[in-house]
Design a protein around this ligand. Structure first.
Ligand SMILES: [Zn+2]
Ligand SMILES: [Zn+2]
Length: 118
């Protein structure tokens, strides 16, 4: 399935999307087995479906036990500011959302927040 809302920033072509994480995960496994191309599913903030992203661009994250986002979910936390910045630049490329990196007040690594418009 090709997305009508989301384009690959590099290719300019519509991204494939999947309705569930499970579907995206099996497509990722297929790609790994057939093309030896490691992909990881991520949930898109724009269309709320799942896309695949090259695994080398994924940054490991954990959920913070204290901080919540505007939607009341626990925020992702990154071990280092560098990882958080990589994640922010990927989100910017893929979704056009500018994010700022800041240190967790509770010592749980680094978080991302929507950049303020000055
Ligand atoms: Zn999308
Ligand atoms: Zn936190």
């Amino acid at each position: 399935m090709k997305s009508e809302t989301c384009l690959g920033k590099v290719s300019g072509k519509p991204l494939s999307f999947y309705y569930t994480e499970f579907e995206a995960q099996s497509a990722a496994e297929y790609s790994k087995n057939v093309y030896d191309n490691e992909l990881a599913p991520y949930e898109c903030q724009r269309c709320n479906y799942w896309h695949l992203s090259p695994k080398c661009r994924m940054t490991p994250s954990q959920k913070c036990s204290k901080c919540t986002s505007a939607t009341n979910e626990y925020k992702n936390s990154y071990l280092t500011s560098k990882e958080a910045k990589i994640r922010a630049s990927i989100i910017y490329e893929e979704q056009g959302i500018a994010l700022e990196v800041y240190k967790c007040r509770h010592g749980n690594g680094w978080h991302l927040t929507k950049a303020r418009n000055y």
